[in-house]
Each structure stands twice: as structure tokens, then as C-alpha cells.
Design a protein around this ligand. Structure first.
Ligand code: GDP
Ligand code: MG
Length: 749
């Protein structure tokens, strides 16, 4: 029998903290100086999950066990460090809710918070661009949920390695193997369980710890001390759990050996799956996780203070450090500063605070920076690092880390910055040479820094309470847009009204609340309008000739264009006809004239003939262009736009509407009422499944039928059901629905 022993988790840093907060922070900074030389000791990671899976609760535990806070808050008491509750948004977001830095086991953790609600999906995207790894949380009783799938796909798009943490294992209906299966079935990934839950007797509330499959130890938490300590007890081969655990370990080794040659060799040498040493298994898991061939799966109950420390250890063991994921693109900057802004917030006292991930070099206090994306030099103000409940000014922040900077007026999310313009142009030259591309390549494309700004699905007008607030409102919207590029602001040319475009009802509601609470302007929002789009029915082709006499000069253009339906994702808007009839004419078009043609195409595609909505899923082919001597570029653009408008009007367009992925979770008693209501909303049921005593409906439904759905669902189910809503695609409408939509927008058919 092995004797149990007690691990004291984060004892040193907690002890430092107890004496005095500033001492604790100083230690963290000294720690920073110590580890900054070893980038391999940094972990920049985020927690991603479906709403309510326990992100905030888990973050709070991590900060407590690391010694960054002296007591734990709870979500239902509203006293957690990183909560994103609406109330907190209304009070103004604290800096620490964006990124918190703390030390764990000699490593510097930069935990970057990502908002949970799908309306803030843009913020999640921005954050992913600067993370090296993610922990994806599941609710142990639900497995993979609608938004788990969304965040998983997002992390996948950025090729970010992940670890899965199955939380809420204390719930009676928690089911670890169901969660593992759902990872495989719904995410199509290879789950690699590295732990099994341990129940004292029975299940659910008797959840006491986990079996570490790598070492075959049982880890039992002392929940009377808020889970600060846990016992690590070697499993005894006579124990019932031993058999289950050693089978699970052998399966893990087998799965890894299939993916990892190093481990396969070891297994062949030893002629057994059983005797692979723990350290070889850990190393193999790390390689497989970093290569995104599989995901380690852990479990715990953050609320009951079980399992969080082993999750933190897993962050160290399995997730990459900045040096594991060096961005090749950025290597052309050598050791010079290069950093990317991923978040801007407006703090009452500090003004705009811009958060950067530093990829190479370092930020020095008060230095100038050159914004590559915008081609502007800016003066920085204070340089800060965010700790649990306050930010601290520092003199420098080194590469691999997160810095918060005040005083920047132009830099916005997604921008890439360096120390000065000459560093930027030297790096650009190196990159052009490396890539073998022409000088004309767009800087942002070259550095891969164009961000995906999602199209809005809702619009509404916004009015200040009186004309005297107009300027203040414009200023507020400008600041809010810098924080959140998914907020679209435009002017309606006919009515002169300011129009907001957003990702959902909640998104626009929160913008309204923030304008009131932070800028003290009591704005009025108009009715929500759906963002429809238009597309064409058939291929159409025509020639358009313009002859204009302006003063003494004549401007003449003859252009032949065709419009082609095309709904594939990767498509160029403008195609050039290379057939023998056109090739010579097209080849002779100057770069300047081609640019004017492009502008004309873009302008004509912005408003369709039916409802003035953008034209999508269409390509324009240029067959012929003749330009008379002295013709201005504006006339070329206008002629192209006129030609396209004529083609669109002659053949007509049809409307496309946004269709949403809706997932409703309800109890059985209310399920038929929920379905009956959905049938009135043009909903198409994709899947019906059971989860414990609940029913889960996955549905596709047009956004126009879902206005106010949260209130209706609450009424039907007396508040017992929940739902998530996410944009799915644009779909053509039936003639009847199209007529209804036109009537609701214009007031007549
Ligand atoms: P978030 O939306 O992902 O940030 O989730 P929160 O941390 O706000 O948690 C949502 C709710 O689940 C809160 O009421 C928490 O107290 C509760 N919760 C979090 N972790 C656990 C857990 O391990 N077990 C149980 N039973 N409840 C939990
Ligand atoms: Mg939360």
C-alpha cells in the first residue's frame, strides 16, 4: 500500500498574498522578470464554453488557488472578479475582466476572458487571434451544447490547441462518459480522457475527486478547506477502481500510440501497453495536443472546489507556450516589437485602454508605436498589467505577454503595431521577398491581419433625445465601435437617421444601455429591422455606353458586363473574361481604370433594386471596356454601376433572409407547447433529443419569426426553458414570405 500525502497548492504565493496585496503583486512582477526570460513558462489561454458551463466560477477558483484573491466570490452573489453580467457592463467594465495575470507553479498565466453570449461572437474572434491555447468547459450533465460547437469551430479555425474540462461533476445527472462520447460525435474530435471521476459512494453530490490515469493516483480534495489541498493516493491493484483505471490507461496509451511515433516505438520495445512510464505518456499527450490530433479531457466541480488545481497543471503540461506557436509571419520583425491589439475599453478614469498581445520584442513605458494596419504613429501613455482586482503600472512588458496601454487614440482591435515606420517597412520587404509576391499586395493581407467582421443581422435607427446631443452621440458611437467592430453605424440617406447594425437583440440593447450609463445620453432605438439581402435569378449580360460632355471635355465609356449567380464562399467579386474575343481588350486595361471598375462594381452591389439591400452571391464578369481619351475615373465607375443596375432591374432580384440555429432545452411537460409555438414560426426541426429529464430541440428558423422569442418562450414555459440563437445562413424566401417582408419594411406590397 502506498501512503497518502498532501499537496499544498500555490501555498507560497498565497502566503505572500496574505501579508499584503501589494507584496503579492510585486512578487508576481518579480516573477514576471524571472520568467520573462523563459517564454516557455508563459501560458496565454482562454476559457471557452456554452453559457452557464462555469467559466466565471472556474476563473474565480483559479485566482483563489493561485493566491491572487483572498476569498472566492460566487456568481449568484455577484462578487466574482471576471463576471460579464449585464449589471457589470452597465457599471462599466473593469480592466481585469479582460485579462488577468497570475502565477501557478512557476508559470505565468495570462487568462484572457471571452464573453459567453453569441451576440459577442466578434469579441471571441478577436481574443482567439491572441491566444495560444484554450480550455473548453462542458457542463457534465449536458455534454457538448450548441455554443460549445461554435467556440470549438472558432478555436479550430485559429488552429488553437485545447484541453476539455468537464465541470459540474457534482450534479446528480452528470455523466462523464456521455460527455466524452458527445465530444467525439458532435465535435468530431478525438477525446483523450486523462482522468476519471471518483465518487465516495453512489454518484452526484458524492463527487470527491478524480483518478489521474497518467500516474494511476487517486486525487481526493479536502472540501472543508475550500478545496485548497488534496490528497494524492496511489491506487492499490486490489482496489475495484484499479481495474477500471488501468483499462482506461491502456486505452489512452493505445490511442496515443496510433498518433505518435515516439510512443508507438516505446510500446513496441516494451511489448505492452501497461508499462509506459508517466513522463513518456505526458510528453506524448503534449505532442498530440499541440498537433491538434486529440484533446485531453479532465473533470471536476469548480463550484464544489474539486479538480481545479489539476486543470491548472494540465494548462502547463498540455497547452502551448508562446514559443511553441511562433507565428512565422512575424519572424520577419526579428527582435523588434510586434504586437496585436485585441481589445479596447473606455475606462472612466484612464480613458481608452488598449490590450495587446506581444509577439516579439517588448513594450517600454511611454514609447511611441507605429500602427502598421493604419499607417499611423501614436504616443502611448501608461503601460499596465492587469491583476485580479486592479491593474499595475510597469516599466516594460516582454514578448509572449499581455500589456494594457492608455492614451492611444486611433489603434483599434485587430491592429498590428511595431516600434516605428522603418521597422515596419523593413519587415514588409523581407516578407514580400519570402512570399515572392508583388509590391501591390495589401499590407493587411500580407501580414494576415485582416479580421473577419461578421455581417449584422439586425438594424435599428437610433435617435438622441434632442439635436443638442447629436455630436455627443456620434462620439459615443465612434468609441463603442472601436471597442466592438461588429457594431455597424451608418446613415440612412433618405431619412438622415443614424442606423445601428448588430449581431442580435441583446447586442443592440446593451449598446443602448451603455450609451445611457457611460455617456449619459438617453437614446431612443427604432423598431428592429431584419438585414435582408438580394441576389439574382439568372445569368445576365449587357453593354452600356455613356457619352458625357462636361465643359469642353467629352467623357465616353463602353462597358460589357455579365452577372453570374455564385454562392460559393471563396469567390472574387470581379472576374475578367479571358476568352479569345475579350483577352486583348482586357489585357490592355490600365491598373487605374481597373480600380475604377472595381469601385463601380462595389458601389452597385451595395443596394439592390428590391429593398435597397446588399447584393450577394453574385460575380461580375468584365468582357469589354473602351474608355475615350480624357475620361475621368469617376465616370468609368459610374458607367459600370449604371450597367449593373440596369442588369439587376431588367432581370429582377429575389430576397434572402437570415436563418438562425436555435436550440431550445425544455422539460417534458412543456415540450409540446414549445413545438406548437415553433410550428407557427416557419421552424424546421433538425434534431430532437433527450438530456436527463429535458428535451433538446435543434431548429432552423428565420430570424424574422424569432423577434421577442425570449419573452414568448418564458411565457409558454413559465421561465423553465432556455435557448441559444446563432446565425446560420442566408436563405431564399418563398414569394409569399417575400411579399410579407417587403410589406413590413415599406408598408406596402
Ligand atoms: P459561465 O456562464 O460559464 O460563466 O458560468 P458561471 O460560472 O456563471 O456558472 C453558472 C451557474 O452554474 C452558476 O450558478 C454557478 O454557481 C453554477 N456552477 C458553476 N460551476 C458549477 C459546478 O461545478 N457545479 C454546480 N452544481 N454548479 C456550478
Ligand atoms: Mg460568466
Amino acid at each position: 500500500m502506498f501512503k497518502g500525502y498532501v499537496l499544498r497548492c500555490g501555498t507560497l504565493s498565497r502566503w505572500m498574498f496574505r501579508g499584503c496585496r501589494h507584496y503579492s503583486q510585486k512578487c508576481a512582477i518579480q516573477g514576471n522578470e524571472e520568467v520573462s526570460k523563459h517564454v516557455s513558462f508563459i501560458r496565454n489561454f482562454g476559457l471557452l464554453a456554452h453559457i452557464d458551463a462555469g467559466k466565471t466560477t472556474t476563473t474565480e477558483r483559479m485566482l483563489y488557488y493561485a493566491g491572487s484573491i483572498s476569498s472566492m466570490g460566487e456568481v449568484h452573489h455577484g462578487n466574482t472578479v471576471t463576471d460579464y453580467m449585464e449589471e457589470e457592463r452597465l457599471r462599466g467594465i473593469t480592466i481585469s475582466s479582460v485579462a488577468v495575470t497570475f502565477m501557478w507553479n512557476k508559470h505565468r498565466f495570462n487568462l484572457i476572458d471571452t464573453p459567453g453570449h453569441i451576440d459577442f461572437t466578434m469579441e471571441v474572434e478577436q481574443t482567439l487571434g491572441v491566444l495560444d491555447g484554450v480550455v473548453i468547459l462542458l457542463d457534465g450533465s449536458a455534454g457538448v451544447e450548441a455554443q460549445t460547437l461554435t467556440v470549438w469551430r472558432q478555436a479550430d479555425r485559429y488552429a488553437i490547441p485545447s484541453v476539455i474540462y468537464v465541470n459540474k461533476m457534482d450534479r446528480r445527472d452528470a455523466d462523464f462518459s456521455m460527455c466524452v462520447d458527445s465530444l467525439h460525435i458532435k465535435l468530431g474530435t478525438l477525446p483523450l480522457p486523462v482522468q476519471l471521476p471518483v465518487y465516495e459512494s453512489g454518484s452526484g453530490s458524492n463527487f470527491k475527486g478524480v483518478i489521474d490515469l497518467i500516474t494511476l493516483d487517486k486525487l481526493i480534495w479536502d472540501i472543508s478547506k475550500q478545496g485548497l489541498t488534496y490528497k494524492r493516493i496511489r491506487l492499490d491493484p486490489g482496489e475495484e477502481l484499479w481495474k477500471e483505471a488501468s483499462c482506461a490507461r491502456a486505452k489512452l496509451v493505445e490511442q496515443l500510440a496510433d498518433l505518435d511515433d515516439n510512443l508507438a516505438e516505446l510500446v513496441i520495445q516494451q511489448e505492452s501497453l501497461e508499462f509506459v512510464p508517466s513522463n513518456a505518456l505526458m510528453e506524448s499527450l503534449r505532442r498530440v495536443t499541440l498537433a491538434k490530433q486529440g484533446v485531453p479531457v479532465l473533470c471536476g466541480s469548480s463550484y464544489k472546489n474539486v479538480g481545479v488545481q489539476s486543470l491548472m497543471d494540465a494548462v502547463i503540461h498540455f497547452l502551448p507556450s508562446p514559443s511553441d506557436c511562433s507565428k512565422h509571419l512575424l519572424n520577419c520583425f526579428g527582435s523588434n516589437l510586434v504586437a496585436r491589439a485585441f481589445k479596447v475599453i473606455h475606462d472612466d478614469q484612464k480613458g481608452p485602454v488598449t490590450f495587446f498581445r506581444i509577439f516579439s520584442g517588448k513594450f517600454n513605458k511611454g514609447q511611441k508605436i507605429y500602427n502598421i494596419t493604419q499607417g499611423k504613429t501614436e504616443q502611448t501613455g501608461k503601460l499596465m498589467v492587469a491583476f485580479a482586482d486592479e491593474s499595475e503600472e510597469v516599466s516594460e512588458v516582454d514578448h509572449g505577454n499581455i500589456a494594457a496601454i492608455t492614451g492611444l487614440k486611433h489603434t483599434t482591435v485587430g491592429d498590428l503595431v511595431t516600434s516605428n515606420a522603418s521597422t515596419a517597412s523593413a519587415a514588409q520587404k523581407k516578407l514580400l521577398k519570402l512570399r515572392g509576391v508583388g509590391e501591390k499586395t495589401d499590407t493587411n493581407d500580407l501580414f494576415g491581419i485582416s479580421t473577419r467582421i461578421p455581417d449584422p443581422v439586425f438594424f435599428c435607427s437610433i435617435e438622441p433625445p434632442s439635436k443638442s446631443y447629436q455630436l455627443a452621440l456620434e462620439h459615443a458611437l465612434q468609441e463603442l465601435q472601436r471597442e466592438d467592430p461588429s457594431l455597424h453605424v451608418s446613415q440612412n440617406e433618405e431619412t438622415g437617421q443614424t442606423v445601428l447594425g448588430g449581431m442580435g437583440e441583446l447586442h443592440l440593447e446593451i449598446i443602448k444601455n451603455r450609451i445611457l450609463s457611460e455617456y449619459k445620453i438617453d437614446v431612443e432605438l427604432g423598431d428592429l429591422q431584419i438585414a435582408y439581402k438580394e441576389t439574382i435569378n439568372n445569368v445576365v449580360k449587357d453593354t452600356h455606353t455613356v457619352n458625357h460632355k462636361i465643359g469642353s471635355s467629352t467623357h465616353s465609356v463602353t462597358v460589357t458586363l455579365s452577372l453570374l449567380p455564385n454562392d460559393s464562399e471563396e469567390r472574387e467579386l470581379l472576374l475578367l473574361d479571358e476568352s479569345p474575343d475579350s483577352a486583348a481588350n482586357i489585357a490592355a486595361i490600365s491598373f487605374k481604370h481597373l480600380h475604377a471598375v472595381k469601385l463601380g462594381v462595389e458601389s452597385a452591389m451595395a443596394h439592390g433594386p428590391k429593398l435597397c439591400c446588399p447584393i450577394v452571391n453574385v460575380q461580375v464578369m468584365l468582357h469589354w471596356l473602351e474608355v475615350g481619351k480624357g475620361t475621368s475615373d469617376t465616370i468609368i465607375s459610374a458607367s459600370v454601376a449604371q450597367c449593373i443596375r440596369k442588369l439587376l432591374e431588367v432581370d429582377g432580384t429575389h430576397l434572402l433572409e437570415p436563418v438562425m440555429n436555435l436550440q431550445v432545452v425544455t422539460n417534458e411537460q412543456n415540450s409540446s407547447a414549445v413545438l406548437a409555438d415553433l410550428s407557427r414560426r416557419r421552424a424546421v426541426i433538425q434534431e430532437m433529443s433527450s438530456r436527463g429529464h429535458s428535451k433538446v430541440f435543434d431548429i432552423l428558423a428565420p430570424l424574422s419569426e424569432l423577434l421577442g422569442y425570449s419573452t414568448d418562450l418564458r411565457t409558454i414555459t413559465s421561465g423553465t426553458a432556455s435557448f441559444t440563437l446563432e446565425f446560420h445562413c442566408y436563405q431564399p424566401m418563398s414569394l409569399q414570405d417575400e411579399a410579407k417582408a417587403i410589406k413590413s419594411v415599406t408598408g406596402f406590397v
